[in-house]
Design a binder for this molecule. Structure first.
Ligand SMILES: Nc1ncnc2c1ncn2[C@@H]1O[C@H](COP(=O)(O)OP(=O)(O)OP(=O)(O)O)[C@@H](O)[C@H]1O
Length: 507
């Protein structure tokens, strides 16, 4: 068994391994971890800058980030390390003394930054558009929305990829040996290699390999575990039947009519829309819209898909900018106001709820109060608790959206809009994404708000709701208001053939 003896001597010389172990641990491991951590941290800083540049609306800001990323991702790591380590050796010596170690960290960070920037950028871009829309509808600036909601969510989503990047840095740190490190600064690979030369066999290198695996394998498995957890999310602690939810609302003060009369009423504002036009590029979506919404009334907007209903709603709080005409709120033109000022007065609730998934129901409602209205925590909490109780969710304030049903999530979204004390609330097909048994609870809640004097503009496919609750129903088709009137006018005495046809289809 001569070959076995050869292999044993080459790779399994335990004396050689034992001799190198202290250096491997106290010099190699320490330095590898310092290199990997330092370059990951610096790489994260570079990466954040690149990611923010990469999603900029200006091509001039995106371009340098693109070029940087292409270069440092495209070059072999060893070439970058050599160019930085040796090309800047003199400056490095002046700045950091004789050790080339800091230059090694810089080179590794520049490479890691290019990858981390791409990871962050894709993470941020994977956050649903609705999250930023919800931030803007809550009167946050673009910067606040990015900082408070979109970037943290993006980063959480890419944590597994970040750990992979750290593993990459652990391995790439072995390339820094090229720079001729001082004896006290050698990393795992170089400690192994030096000793392999002394002993004339590869056992120290095998030990170095084992060290790398001890660092990277558990991390790889941890990443997989975290990734699975994040993807599937935590299961709700208790399953609630949708049927229970109707009871949940009935228990709350807001739905009982006699109690609702005792609750404080809202001071709704009025809206007038004149000659409103809007286009996406060449596609004219709204044409010469005139509409009056009186204070404290409910206007339901109905019409076929693609008729421009959502766009009309979005013009009213300037989530999209009108191209022609004007809208006034209590007589003041919304086009001359700062959008943030307007959105404090005009709240919005979306079809897909757009709750912030990393925040509890209470935090969802409090966030804009503290960050936009700058209220003290205690006051914001008091208002948020009252609003959540109003919508029947007093017992679920600490739940995250993922452990609430669709109906409950939508009620949190309504509480969130109400908490800002708006004069008008826009509802964009808010029950379309709900299971049938959950629709009633949300609609009941909306009727109560109407009774209590909130001005509401409601885009809906719920004809029963429009008939019962609306003061005014507006029928839109192909970007125009075809007919507007009382529910009786629209549903009992439709004049235009288009409305008659539409009602035939949906009723
Ligand atoms: N961001 C956009 N870019 C380009 N076109 C858009 C955009 N949003 C909407 N549109 C187009 O504008 C038209 C009106 O859309 P809008 O969503 O306002 O209609 P809608 O009546 O609300 O329809 P639905 O009931 O299906 O939501 C549609 O033809 C749609 O394809």
């Amino acid at each position: 068994m001569e070959w076995f003896e050869n292999v044993r001597r080459s790779f399994l010389d335990f004396d050689a391994m034992a001799a190198v172990l202290p250096n491997m641990l106290f010099i190699g491991l320490k330095n590898t971890l310092i290199l990997a951590f330092a370059s990951t941290i610096l790489g994260v800083l570079v990466g954040i800058v690149l990611a923010v540049m990469g999603i900029s609306r200006s091509a001039w800001v995106r371009l340098p980030a693109r070029i940087y990323t292409d270069i440092f991702r495209g070059l072999p790591a060893i070439l970058t390390i050599l160019i930085i380590g040796q090309g800047f050796a003199r400056i490095g010596r002046q700045l950091f003394g004789p050790s080339p170690y800091p230059l090694g960290i810089i080179a590794l960070s520049l490479i890691a930054g290019a990858y981390i920037g791409e990871i962050f950028r894709s993470g941020i871009q994977s956050v649903e558009r609705g999250q930023m829309e919800a931030c803007r509808a809550l009167s946050m600036s673009y910067g606040q929305g990015m900082r408070l909601i979109v970037i943290p969510q993006g980063i959480r989503r890419v944590l597994p990829a970040m750990v992979n990047q750290f593993i990459g840095n652990v391995k790439d740190s072995s390339l820094v040996y090229f720079l001729g490190l001082l004896a006290s600064e050698r990393e795992i690979f170089r400690v192994g290699q030096d000793q392999a030369v002394v002993t004339g066999n590869l056992s120290p290198l095998l030990l170095a390999g084992i060290f790398y695996l001890v660092i990277t394998v558990p991390l790889t498995h941890l990443v997989n575990y975290v990734d699975n957890r994040l993807r599937t999310g935590r299961r709700p602690t208790a399953l609630v039947s949708g049927l229970e939810e109707v009871g949940e609302l009935q228990g709350s003060v807001a739905t009982a009519t006699e109690a609702a009369e005792k609750l404080p009423t809202f001071k709704g504002g009025s809206l007038t829309v004149r000659g409103l036009g809007m286009a996406y590029g060449d596609l004219e979506v709204l044409k010469d819209i005139d509409l009056d919404v009186k204070a404290g009334t409910v206007t339901c907007v109905i019409g076929p898909s693609g008729s421009g209903k959502s766009t009309l709603l979005r013009c009213l709080n300037r989530l999209v900018e009108p191209k022609a005409g004007d809208v006034t709120i209590d007589g003041a033109s919304i086009l001359t106001m700062k959008p943030e000022t307007l959105r404090r007065r005009v709240g919005m609730v979306f079809q897909q709820f757009n709750l912030f998934p990393d925040h509890t129901a209470l935090e969802n409602v409090m966030l804009a109060l503290t960050k936009v209205k700058k209220m003290p925590q205690a006051e914001a909490r008091r208002i948020a608790e009252t609003r959540l109780a109003d919508v029947g969710l007093a017992s679920r304030m600490d739940h995250r959206p993922s452990s609430l049903s669709g109906g409950q999530q939508q009620r949190v979204a309504i509480a969130r809009a109400l908490a800002m004390a708006p004069e008008v609330i826009l509802f964009d097909e808010v029950t379309s994404a709900l299971d049938p048994e959950l629709v009633k609870g949300v609609l009941n809640l909306m009727s109560d708000l109407g009774r209590r004097g909130m001005t509401m503009v409601v885009v809906t496919h719920e004809m029963g709701f429009a008939r019962k609750v609306a003061d005014q129903v507006v029928f839109m088709d192909e970007g125009r208001i075809v007919e507007a009137g009382t529910p009786d006018d629209i549903f009992e005495r439709p004049r235009s053939p288009r409305l008659q046809r539409f009602l035939n289809e949906v009723l």
